[in-house]
Design a protein around this ligand. Structure first.
Ligand code: ZN
Length: 201
């Protein structure tokens, strides 16, 4: 067991940073050192930002997004098309779609996907509130922006069944060739899906 190179306070900082996704112990040590060197410029504002976030962050009661206001910034933005609900598994997916400026609709965060193996059932997700939102008269389309995995697609099918009597168009993301993708490198499943869902040129 190597002895610690720094006092317990710094070791604790490193340990906590190492728990962040994408940071192992080595990069956590580098990050900690960087923070310590930039104490005034970075560490103090970061500590303040973390404290504010801790106090103010809430889960949006309408869509499940994370924000410091409730309903969230997305839900209260009147320039958005409220007739479109984009269904995502996680807040990270919502943020990814927003970064891509992919759609100007509203969202619904499920909080995961159905996964019988992991014991995740419909009651663990916000499916009930999605179904009632989809029945509101102004809603015209529900876009299922779920992962192209078995769990993601199972969830999409389950929701589609429940939405049958709602007066909405239910759509899902296309499967196919990624932008800049070379056919030779694609797996057979993706290639087959891309051919099946070909569009008119
Ligand atoms: Zn919201």
């Amino acid at each position: 067991m190597p002895s610690a190179v720094a006092g317990p306070e710094i070791e604790r900082l490193i340990q906590l940073l190492a728990r962040l996704p994408g940071l192992g112990p080595r990069s956590a040590r580098r990050a900690a050192l960087h923070l310590i060197k930039k104490r005034e410029l970075l560490m103090a504002p970061l500590a303040a930002a973390l404290e504010t976030a801790m106090e103010k962050i809430e889960i949006c009661k309408v869509c499940g997004n994370i924000d410091t206001q409730n309903p969230c910034t997305v839900c209260t933005d009147t320039r958005r098309d409220a007739s479109i609900i984009v269904v995502v598994a996680d807040v990270a997916d919502l943020w990814a779609l927003e970064r891509a400026h992919a759609v100007n609709g509203c969202y619904h965060v499920l909080g995961g996907t159905l996964s019988p193996l992991d014991g995740v059932g419909p009651q663990d997700l916000t499916i009930d509130s999605l179904i009632s939102r989809a029945h509101e008269t102004h809603v015209k389309e529900v876009i299922l922006a779920l992962n192209a995995t078995v769990d993601g697609q199972t969830t999409a099918h389950y929701i589609t069944e429940l939405l049958q009597d709602a007066n909405v168009k239910v759509t899902r993301l296309a499967h196919g060739v990624p932008i800049g993708g070379e056919l030779d490198y694609l797996d057979e499943g993706t290639l087959a899906a891309a051919i099946k869902q070909r569009t008119l040129f």
